[in-house]
Design a protein around this ligand. Structure first.
Ligand SMILES: C[S@@+](CC[C@H](N)C(=O)[O-])C[C@H]1O[C@@H](n2cnc3c(N)ncnc32)[C@H](O)[C@@H]1O
Length: 206
């Protein structure tokens, strides 16, 4: 496997600083600080998640996409909504725990609503029924976060606040975020796309 470029190593170092054991609030602080550099850095990683998530949602929603509200959960800077717009979707509400990431998303003027919301801790924004799209990495250093996220989503499902449409695992999500995860076969790490449907009235703490 070829040695990685200096730029790729810099991005890996940045991500490693967020993946070390830290509290949810420290993680969000990391995203606040990363927000303005985030898109350039993930493009170095050949981050495919937004395009793959949009394709997944488009495959289950083939009709009248322009009138379907998409709840972009952990929307970050809005990369998923940008891809969804290319697929014909046009109505977006974004939720994210990081005010810094939301600020970048807001400047794109893609979303009808943006809310600061920490999934698993804060009450869900109420009133908006729609298709929910959420993604996360499937690599080893993200496994604990992934488990916490899945628990929060499963609690919401068990309480009837939203229902699952699909969970799709993708092998080539982005370039490995650490040298340890590079194998003989691949220098990419996997990821997961979660699609849910939320009814209009659901609002809850978990
Ligand atoms: C890797 S970024 C992905 C952003 C966007 N979906 C994309 O594909 O570019 C992860 C985002 O999730 C947010 N986040 C992390 N944990 C969260 C949680 N529990 N609730 C809400 N947002 C969260 C972070 O603030 C960050 O914006």
């Amino acid at each position: 496997m070829a040695a990685c470029s200096k730029r790729l190593q810099e991005v890996r170092d940045i991500i490693a600083s967020a993946h070390k054991d830290c509290s949810p609030s420290e993680k969000l602080q990391f995203y606040d600080e990363w927000a303005n550099q985030y898109e350039e850095d993930v493009s170095t990683l050949e981050y495919k998640a937004p395009r793959l998530a949009a394709a997944s949602l488009a495959s289950v929603c083939t009709l009248n996409r322009e009138s379907k509200l998409v709840l972009d959960v952990a929307c970050g800077t809005g990369l998923v909504a940008e891809e969804l717009q290319r697929c014909g979707f046009n109505l977006f509400h974004g939720w994210d725990g990081s005010a810094g990431m939301l600020e970048v998303a807001k400047n794109k003027q893609l979303y009808q609503e943006l809310k600061e919301c920490m999934l698993g801790q804060d009450p869900l924004p109420s009133g908006s029924g729609g298709l929910i799209c959420l993604t996360t990495r499937g690599n080893i250093s993200n496994l604990q976060y992934k488990a916490e996220l899945e628990k929060a989503m499963s609690d919401l499902q068990n309480k009837g606040f939203w229902e699952q449409i699909s969970v799709q695992e993708v092998e080539q999500w982005e370039k490995a975020t650490s040298e340890d995860e590079v194998t003989q076969e691949s220098d990419y790490i996997p990821g997961i796309i979660y699609l849910y449907r939320k009814t209009a009235s659901s609002s809850t703490v978990h």
